[in-house]
Design a protein around this ligand. Sequence first.
Ligand code: C2E
Ligand code: MG
Ligand code: MG
Ligand code: MG
Length: 292
Amino acid sequence: KVKEDGKNGVQFFNKEMKDRIFMRMELEKRLHASIENNELYLLYQPQYTSDTKKLRGFETLVRWNSPELGAVSPVTFIPVAEETKFINTMGRWILKTACTKFKELQDKYHFNAVLSVNISAVQIMEPSFVQMIKSVLEETGVRPYNLEIEITESIFISSMDYVIGVLNELKEIGINIALDDFGTGYSSLSYLQLLPIDTLKIDKVFIDSIVGKGIDRHIVGPIISLVHQMDISVVAEGVENSIQLEYLKEHNCDCIQGYIWGKPLNEEDLNKLLYQLTFGEAEDSILRESIS
Ligand code: C2E
Ligand code: MG
Ligand code: MG
Ligand code: MG
């Protein structure tokens, strides 16, 4: 719609565009205040070994509860945080909060597990990134081999050599590297040879294909064996039913993350789970700290 009010000459934006721009500005403004206003919190989704159902660790998933906008999905606000670089501040808050909780629970229950934290490509490109990780580990007392960072193929928009350099620095400290969301995007197995990664996370898209009717339901098994040949372990993500679970067990998938064995938990429920795994009947369901 041109010349909306007839006063300022040509109007480039119609009503919907204005609304959208306003919403986006609003989201951005509120998001930037979310940490100081205590609106962010974390959930933790357990991962278990496929064969014996021992707790492998848990993935940190950020949540934003805005009084004005309601519950906003990370799928919506993470891209905004990336565009504005707020992800650097938020990423540090997420890591620090998760590590603090992890250490508190580890001191209480003496388990050996992995804390997985999603890291955005924007964070990896930040020159102080490695130093940020090191200082959070020092501040919280979490040992590097208990931390895993999850990266996605989106890091390949940046210089490959630089990214590999950063990942190698983290590996030298003892931090685990996981490649997340395999099955979306380009998903080339050749990336796995280029990157110093320990774990591949197969996306729900592929896991869903196991129960689908298409030809690609035969694809996950061969991927697992190829990945194992590269000495990389496999976590299946978004496992929801027993057909998928049995298939994954049969094809030697190392670990399972999904609603079938556990939804993302708040701090209280995570504490309950660890209590159960520590003092409950099934004594083999948690790895003791002394084992490694
Ligand atoms: P992701 O890292 O691949 O996380 C897995 C997503 O799958 C999570 O969604 C989780 O709740 C969901 N999920 C896990 N198991 C199942 C299942 O069995 N069924 C179904 N339907 N869903 C399942 P969520 O929490 O909404 O997170 C979405 C994405 O947002 C994440 O995908 C990640 O890319 C991003 N994200 C979440 N937290 C963070 C964070 O702290 N930092 C960064 N940079 N990104 C984050
Ligand atoms: Mg992830
Ligand atoms: Mg994923
Ligand atoms: Mg994802």
